[in-house]
Each structure stands twice: as C-alpha cells, then as structure tokens.
Design a protein around this ligand. Structure first.
Ligand code: CMC
Length: 422
C-alpha cells in the first residue's frame, strides 16, 4: 500500500498526491491544489501544528513518555529537576551535569524585592493566586531586559533557569499574600520541592516530611509536560511572535487557568464538596448525563481515550500522602463516582475516564493547599514543558509567526448608516 494521500478538487479535477509520514501529511498539499482553499478545523482537532521530539502521547494506549522515557519510570525513579533537564536538553544528565544544573537553578530562586514589595502588595486582598501568578510571571520579565534577546543562546538559557527557579518562589509568594502571612525567602539548602513546601508552610520552625517532599516531586514530574495542550499551544503561538519567554509563559499560564484545562482539579474538589455524600452520587451523575448539571470534572480527555497514565500514578501517590496526612474525606465520594461512571454506558461509550485532575486535587487538599492554589501547583512544573517547547519552536526552521485563517461568515459589504437614519 503506498504511503501517500491524493486529494482531488472536484471543482477543477486537479489532484495532488503527497506522502503520509507517521500518519501526518503536509497541509501544503491543499495550498498546492488551490492557495485560496482552507481547512476548517476548530480547536485544531485534526491539525499537527508542529514537529516535536519532546513528549510522546498515545491516547488510545494510555502511553505518555518524555523524550522516550515512560512516565511511570520517571515518576518512580527520577526527580523533577532531572526531568526538567531531560525535557530541555533531550537526554538525562550525568551526575556532573545534574549537579551543575541543580546549582544553576538554585542560584536563581530569589526574586527582586520590588516584585513582592511593590508589585504583589498591590493586589486586592482576595485576589485569586492564579491571577496573581499569571501577572507576576509577566511582571518578572520587566526585571530582565536581556530577555528580549531571544536569538542569543546565553540569554535564552538564563531566562530558562530564572523561570524554572523562580516559579515556586512566585507561587508561594502569591499564597502567603492571600493568607496575610509574611513572605518566606527561598532556602537554597533544600531540594526544589522541599524549598517550595518550606516557603508555603514555614511559620516558626517547620521541617518538611520527606514523604510529602517526594509526593510533591512526583506531582511535579507528572505535570512537567503534555505535548501540544492548550497552555503549551499558547506558549508556542505567543513565542512565535518572538515575544520574550516571560510574556509567552504568562499567556501559557493564562490558558492553564481555565476550568477545562489546569483549573479542572480545583473544579473537581468543588464538585466533590458540592456532592457532599456517596448517596448523592447517582443523582449527580444523572444530572451530568442529562446535560442539566455540570460535566463530570476530572473525567475525559481530548487525547486519552482509554486511561490517563498520570491518573494511575496519582492514585498511588494519594495513598502515600494520606498515610502521612490522614485520608481526605472526599476520597470516598471520588471513588464512588469513578466506580459508577466507569460502569455507565454514557461514560463508556464516550471513552471518558479519570484524568490527572481527578485525584490530584484530593492530594493537594490533604497537603494543606487551598483550592485556589491547585492550578498554581500545576503551573510550577509545567514551566519546564513550556520552555522546552519554546526552545524547540525557536530552533524549528519550518515555523513562522502563528497566524491561522478563518472562514468568514459575516455580512457582505454594506454602506455606513448615519446615526440619524438608524
Ligand atoms: N462529563 C460529561 N460528559 C463529558 C465529559 C465530562 N467530563 N467530557 C466529555 N463529555 C461528553 C461531551 O458532552 C460529549 O458528549 P456528546 O457527544 O453527547 O455531545 C462527548 O463526551 C465528547 O466531549 P467533547 O467535549 O467533544 O470532548 P473534548 O475532547 O472536546 O473535551 C475535555 C475534552 C477534557 C475538555 C472534556 O472531557 C471535559 O470538559 N472534561 C472535564 C474537564 C476536565 O477534567 N479537564 C481536565 C483535562 S486533563 C488536564 C489538562 O490537560 O488540563
């Protein structure tokens, strides 16, 4: 069988044959056929917008790999900083490289005092931490004028270090502001996750439980990248205009904020709290199915149509965390929801399974994080993924400024009507 596809324009009889490689064929075939012809593909359901060598995802088989390494192995054996290095550099670091990378990141954990004193202090007392984080990422860029030099490898590397290192500091700062607590400076003697937990929770003496430190690191690993999701696409689209990486990362974080994306874990906990008891589960699911109620948050995925491998790992991490913190009472409702939904034809026929957000919120809650911080916790590690894609985009000779076309459905030309005649 030939690995080609032939497209025939029935209006003219003209045809174009192009190769299919890895199940992808170039849209330039359509351009060749007729430059004024466009493909209507809302939400990019059938569009591969770039070539990428970072993350492999097979939704039917429930496979997720970073640079070829299965997520299960990374979650079991690696650390977030090692994974960040892997995503950005393509290979796992050796001991010397990892040591250097950790030192480099650690050197950049502090933020300019004005960020906190003048910028963050200006937020309204009840500002949502994710809204604060989005604006803080963009504001951070104003402290580094060299960030604009995206063609300079040295400058790019510096901004990458700064963003990865400062995200936990910004995140904890946003939380402490909301809680009215004094800011805790980074402690560069601690690991990446332990430093974050310390900045979050330190009041007087505080020691990070190593089991919770590890759980945090696993959650960071699981969220580090997920190929061309909404946030990463925002990063690439804004990055394609050659904006600095802080502006691009702020737009990626804005996309992540939405309840259909990174905001889903927050929505899951709110949903479970609203359901209130296991007895209410069937009635709640009936409302979901009839379309009367909300969607079943934490279920379904654009790509995973079998299971989300991250959800399986998270369920196990939840058990480890609950051993330390005690069981989250919402867990029973979540387990019941999962059990009933997975045996219901509505969910089976639509291939709707728990996604990463179904259980992550319960862990975050058990760790003491307020619901409003959940998406912030997602944004910290996803920064490595955003930056890996940004780097890849800048090196990709096929890329230009992102500029999709439209299918115009508005009115045709008409004459301006003066106010007196309307
Ligand atoms: N609950 C109930 N029905 C659902 C759900 C759900 N969670 N998700 C999809 N459906 C139904 C939907 O109504 C549609 O039914 P029908 O064919 O009868 O109209 C069918 O399933 C297909 O849904 P879709 O909206 O076309 O699917 P999509 O690929 O556009 O949406 C999704 C993917 C993740 C946005 C969606 O499943 C959803 O809204 N889930 C809940 C929110 C959520 O958990 N988001 C986190 C995603 S994972 C983390 C991340 O990547 O950010």
């Amino acid at each position: 069988m030939p690995d080609t596809i032939t497209i025939i324009d029935d209006r003219t009889g003209k045809q174009v044959t192009v190769p299919i490689t890895d199940n992808v064929f170039p849209a330039s075939a359509v351009r060749e056929l007729d430059p004024s012809l466009f493909i209507y593909d809302p939400a990019f359901m059938q569009t591969a917008a770039c070539q990428s060598a970072i993350t492999y995802l097979d939704g039917e088989a429930g496979i997720l790999r970073y640079r070829g390494y299965p997520i299960e192995q990374l979650a079991e054996q690696s650390t977030y900083l090692e994974v960040a290095y892997l995503l950005l550099n393509g290979e796992l670091p050796n001991a010397t490289q990892l040591d250097q990378w950790k030192q480099d990141v650690t050197k950049h954990t502090f933020i300019h005092e004005n960020m906190r004193k003048r910028f963050v202090d200006g937020f309204h007392y009840d500002a949502h931490p994710m809204g604060m984080l989005v604006s803080s990422i963009a504001a951070l860029g104003t402290f580094y004028n060299d960030a604009k030099h995206i063609d300079d490898r040295g400058s790019r590397d510096k901004q990458i270090l700064r963003l990865i290192a400062k995200m936990p500091t910004l995140a904890a700062m946003c939380y402490r502001f909301s809680a009215g607590l004094p800011f805790v400076y980074p402690d560069n003697n601690l690991s990446f996750p332990a430093n974050f937990l310390n900045m979050m929770w330190k009041i007087g003496s505080y020691e990070v439980d190593p089991r919770l430190e590890r759980a945090m690191d696993v959650l960071f690993i699981l969220h580090a990248d997920h190929e061309q999701n909404c946030g990463t696409t925002a990063m690439r689209v804004v990055g394609s205009s050659q904006a600095d990486p802080y502006s691009a990362a702020a737009s990626a974080a804005s996309a992540l904020y939405g309840p259909l994306h990174g905001g889903a874990n927050e929505a899951v906990v709110r949903m479970l709290t609203e359901i209130g008891s296991m007895d209410e589960v069937p009635a709640f699911l009936n409302d979901v199915k009839s379309g009367k109620g909300h969607r079943l948050m934490g279920f379904g995925h654009r790509v995973y149509k079998n299971f989300d491998p991250r959800a399986t790992i998270i369920k196990k991490t939840a058990e480890d965390v609950f051993e330390v913190t005690g069981r989250n009472p919402l867990l029973d409702i979540a387990l019941k929801l999962e059990e009933v939904a997975l045996s219901d034809d509505y969910f089976i026929s639509r291939k709707l399974y728990p996604n990463v957000d179904f259980y992550s919120g319960l862990i975050y809650q058990a760790l003491g994080f307020p619901v409003a911080m959940f998406t912030v916790l997602f944004a910290i590690p996803r920064t490595a993924g955003w930056l890996a894609h940004w780097q890849e985009l800048l090196a990709d000779k096929d890329q230009k400024i992102s500029r999709p076309r439209q299918w115009y459905t508005g009115t045709g030309v008409r004459d301006y009507v003066p106010m007196t005649s309307r």
